[in-house]
Design a protein around this ligand. Structure first.
Ligand code: GDP
Ligand code: MG
Length: 160
């Protein structure tokens, strides 16, 4: 399997996916994780976490001038979130497609937000918007030692 594994490293990205407090409160954790798992991406990190205000502010610092920013920080810190690091070729853009448009009413059926949410302020899940932000956000939300680097048994059945 070694040549296969080396080939699989080319173009590999990581993305930070987070089930927001509404997704946790509504019992959607299994459903949402399942969509990424079934797609064939590699789970590298997973935890239930009560986000401190400072971390929410750092994560969403690019939005701090938006009118909804205070509400967004309240929302993200209002209960536990599920933090995940996922790896794969093209995982950043593909995850954004699985998640769907920011406004759940505009998100396509079949996407997480399209199927499971109705309002932008309660859109159940976050996904990094670029490979750079994928690295940045995983560094921000996970500590050294919280990530696993492993090869799943199904690897040769996902990539030729
Ligand atoms: P995303 O990348 O699709 O999550 O969207 P953005 O990066 O533009 O915004 C980050 C998050 O801020 C969204 O997922 C929403 O939770 C929230 N948000 C964005 N726009 C609005 C808005 O107009 N109203 C409210 N209440 N929340 C918003
Ligand atoms: Mg965003």
């Amino acid at each position: 399997f070694l040549p296969h594994l080396v080939a699989a490293m080319e173009g590999v990205e990581e993305t930070y996916i987070m089930i927001k407090p509404d997704g946790v409160q509504r019992g959607l954790v299994g459903e949402i994780i399942s969509r990424f798992e079934k797609k064939g991406f590699l789970l590298k990190g997973l935890k239930l976490f009560q986000c401190p205000k400072e971390l929410a502010e750092e994560h969403y610092k690019d939005l701090k001038d938006k009118s909804f920013y205070p509400k967004l920080i309240d929302y993200i810190t209002s209960g536990p979130v599920v933090c995940m690091a996922w790896e794969g070729v093209g995982v950043v853009a593909s995850s954004r497609k699985l998640i769907g448009a920011t406004n759940p009413l505009q998100a396509e059926p079949g996407t997480i937000r399209g199927d499971l949410a109705v309002q932008t302020g309660r859109n159940v899940v976050h996904g990094s918007d670029s490979p750079e932000n994928g690295h940045r956000e995983i560094d921000l939300w996970f500590k050294e030692g919280e990530l696993c680097h492993w090869v799943p048994a199904q690897a040769p059945w996902l990539r030729e």
